[in-house]
Structure formats: structure tokens, C-alpha cells
Design a protein around this ligand. Structure first.
Ligand SMILES: [Zn+2]
Length: 167
């Protein structure tokens, strides 16, 4: 059993980048907002400040990575297209994450079912498989919700100069 505290942090980062549309050639300097989450552990409640700092450092690093993901998939303000390669990569990553979570759920189900059926027969089997299915679907749900927020919200997180001027 883990004794200690897990610190979490959420940070946003504003980065300056250049948007470049591969479809129509539109190009513009933009400001992108990225959001990242980080965690840091303080085992036995030691080094709480260090754990907090690690959580913040990780969140900050992930926020700037997130900004690059958002910039890659934002629809072009001129032609409305998303970069097809980046869009495909984004969707493939989502699919892989879903498959990974499914595999993890299966593994949890199999291990728990084996452990529990040993002790309490078929009820244990049902409980084990059920827990695996539940943990997989909960993980997949959260992961997909986050990805679709990034996909749909990308346009809100990239500010193009013409929008800033209100033109
Ligand atoms: Zn374009």
C-alpha cells in the first residue's frame, strides 16, 4: 500500500507560434493556449514542497506540448481545413489510447477474476470481469472526453491576429 500524498497541478501556457496551412498556404503568427496536468508524489509525506514543484513542472511542460497539439489540429481560418496528417495522427493516438485502456481493463478483469474465483467461485468471476470492464470504460470515457474537448475546442485556443483586431 502506498503511504504518502499525491500532488496534482494544472497549468496553462500561452505560446507564440506561426500557423501555416498546408492546404491554402495561409500563414500567420498566432498565440496558442495549452493546458497540462502534472502529478508529484511525496512518499511518507516527505518532501511535500518538492512533490508540489514536480507536479507544477510537469503540468507546465505538458501545457506547452498541448499547445503544439492544438496548433497542429486547429482548422485554418481561411479555408476551414485541418491539416489531414495532423488530424489523422491525433485520431490514431486516441484510438491507441482506447485500445491500451481496453487491454489494461482486460488484464485487471482476468487477474481479479482468477483471484476472486479461487475464493468465491462464479460470483468472484463476475466481480473480477465486471471490475475490469468498469475500469476500462471509465478510463476510456475520460480519455475520449478530453480528446474531443481538444479537437472541438482547438479553434478557441488559438488566437489569430484578425480575431484580436475584431476584423
Ligand atoms: Zn487553409
Amino acid at each position: 500500500m502506498y503511504v504518502g500524498r499525491k500532488h496534482t497541478a494544472v497549468r496553462s501556457a500561452e505560446v507564440e507560434r506561426t500557423f501555416c496551412c498546408k492546404g491554402c498556404g495561409y500563414s500567420s503568427p498566432v498565440r496558442v493556449t495549452g493546458i497540462g496536468e502534472g502529478t508529484g508524489n511525496s512518499p511518507y509525506f516527505l518532501d511535500g514542497d518538492g512533490a508540489r514543484r514536480r507536479a507544477v513542472d510537469e503540468a507546465t511542460a505538458r501545457a506547452s506540448e498541448d499547445a503544439d497539439v492544438v496548433l497542429a489540429i486547429v482548422p485554418c481560418p481561411s479555408c476551414g481545413e485541418r491539416d489531414p496528417a495532423a488530424a489523422r495522427a491525433f485520431k490514431t493516438k486516441g484510438l491507441l489510447a482506447t485500445l491500451g485502456l481496453l487491454a489494461l481493463g482486460c488484464a485487471i478483469g482476468v487477474v481479479l477474476a482468477a483471484l476472486m474465483s479461487h475464493r468465491s467461485g462464479s460470483m468472484g468471476l463476475v466481480f473480477g470481469v465486471g471490475t475490469g470492464v468498469l475500469s476500462a470504460s471509465a478510463g476510456i470515457y475520460v480519455d475520449r472526453a478530453k480528446r474531443s474537448a481538444t479537437w472541438d475546442g482547438a479553434i478557441l485556443r488559438v488566437s489569430f491576429p484578425s480575431e484580436r483586431d475584431g476584423a
